[in-house]
Design a protein around this ligand. Structure first.
Ligand SMILES: Cc1cc2nc3c(=O)[nH]c(=O)nc-3n(C[C@H](O)[C@H](O)[C@H](O)COP(=O)(O)OP(=O)(O)OC[C@H]3O[C@@H](n4cnc5c(N)ncnc54)[C@H](O)[C@@H]3O)c2cc1C
Length: 362
């Protein structure tokens, strides 16, 4: 039977972050993904400053735009620049970002294998056995980094389907756009969510986000209508929708020798649906817990408590934010704007920025 130290299912942002750190420390790491190409991922590729600072290697080869001003509107009206003194975010094209991270993890020593299906899972006293395409592979630990619809979560941790946020996106080539936009958030472009325009040089990533799947319908027609209104064309390509893992505060993150990371663990922030930060952070912290080698599951859960706690607090905030959007927009624009942008530029989370705001006022 094939045997490795760690199997990681999913070679996206969370899986590659874990794979890189584990392989760099000398463990044998097998990353399994069902896609050889990285072109399938629905993600707008916005990497906030706090997320960018987590990476172990420069993202420069895949940065398409550097952003220090966000245009924010209230349902496409009252467009207001939210400016910072330095970059708050970099724009990447997600297939290029994933490719870079896969290459880095492989160069660090992780192996990547493309698979069709996970057939079974068994846990014993010294490790786990994962059956992949009919063949068993033995490992000391299993990391589930396989996204919001995680098969590892279903197989190895249990619990029913989770319902979080939802987003749909498409690409509009620059030539098709009436104008090349700045990075834009149209809060309330859909009820309980927003629309975005993320410029990427040769194209604009256009999308719609809803905080819960009980809310507004975000489908191809809604996306096309939004693109037409904002950019004068609905000639979108690569249109894809996908759920986001926004339930991390209420699910088991680990059990025994199995750890969930990224969207599989529900580590996406629910206000704007930013998931790359939680993915890279949890991938790295899962690797650290395995490398420490004590009570791995308990160490990992304890280490992620700060982020899980922040997510728990952001949920009611996000619900209130969208429910009272005209008021929220006014507060953002007139009171919070400089502190928020200073916090983002300094690589702080929303919670840390909020504390910065309170600290400055009281
Ligand atoms: C439309 C959209 C736009 C978004 N835009 C942004 C953004 O701009 N910025 C941001 O920070 N976040 C954004 N997010 C959220 C972000 O994409 C996710 O939070 C992030 O990708 C999570 O990373 P991950 O590694 O956990 O999972 P994923 O990136 O989903 O990677 C999971 C990997 O697992 C593989 N996999 C899945 N199932 C299996 C299986 N059974 N067997 C083997 N392999 C499997 C997949 O092929 C994939 O490679 C967006 C999400 C959506 C839906």
């Amino acid at each position: 039977m094939a045997q490795v130290d760690v199997i990681i299912v999913g070679a996206g942002q969370a899986g590659c972050a874990a794979g890189y750190d584990l392989a760099r420390s000398g463990l044998s790491v097998l990353m399994l993904d069902r896609h050889a190409s990285t072109g399938h991922k629905p993600c707008a590729g916005g990497v906030t400053e706090k997320a960018r600072r987590l990476y172990r290697f420069p993202l420069d080869p895949v940065i398409r735009e550097t952003v220090s001003v966000l245009q924010m509107s209230l349902a496409l009206r009252r467009e207001t620049p939210f400016a910072a003194d330095s970059q708050v975010c970099v724009m990447t094209h997600r297939p290029e970002l994933d490719q870079l991270c896969r290459e880095q993890a492989q160069q660090a020593g992780a192996e990547l294998q493309i698979i069709h299906r996970l057939d079974g899972f068994r846990c014993h006293s010294d490790g786990i056995v994962l059956t992949v395409d009919g063949k068993p592979i033995q490992a000391r630990y299993l990391i589930g980094a396989d996204g919001a619809n995680s098969a590892v979560r279903r197989l190895a941790i249990g619990g029913g389907a989770q319902h979080g946020a939802m987003a749909i996106e498409g690409l509009l080539s620059r030539e098709q756009c009436r104008r090349y936009p700045e990075t834009t958030f149209d809060l309330g472009a859909v009820p309980d969510g927003y629309g975005w325009l993320f410029p990427k040089g040769d194209h604009v990533n256009v999308g719609l986000y809803v905080r819960t799947q009980n809310g507004a319908k975000v489908d191809r027609d809604a996306l096309a209508a939004y693109a037409m209104t904002r950019l004068g064309s609905d000639a979108l390509t690569h249109v894809q929708g996908f759920p986001l893992g926004t339930w991390g505060h209420r699910q088991r993150l680990a059990a025994g020798r199995v750890l969930l990371v990224g969207d599989a663990a529900g580590f996406t922030e629910p206000l704007l649906g930013e998931g790359i930060y939680g993915a890279v952070l949890s991938g790295q912290r899962a690797a650290a817990a395995i490398l420490a080698g004590a009570d791995v599951a308990a160490d990992y859960i304890a280490d992620m408590r700060r982020w899980s706690g922040e997510l728990k607090r952001v949920h009611p905030l996000a619900a209130m934010f969208y429910a009272t959007l005209p008021l929220s927009f006014g507060v953002l624009k007139h009171l919070v704007r400089p502190h928020l942008m200073a916090g983002y530029a300094a690589g702080l989370t929303l919670g840390q920025s909020k504390r910065l705001y309170w600290g400055a006022r009281f």
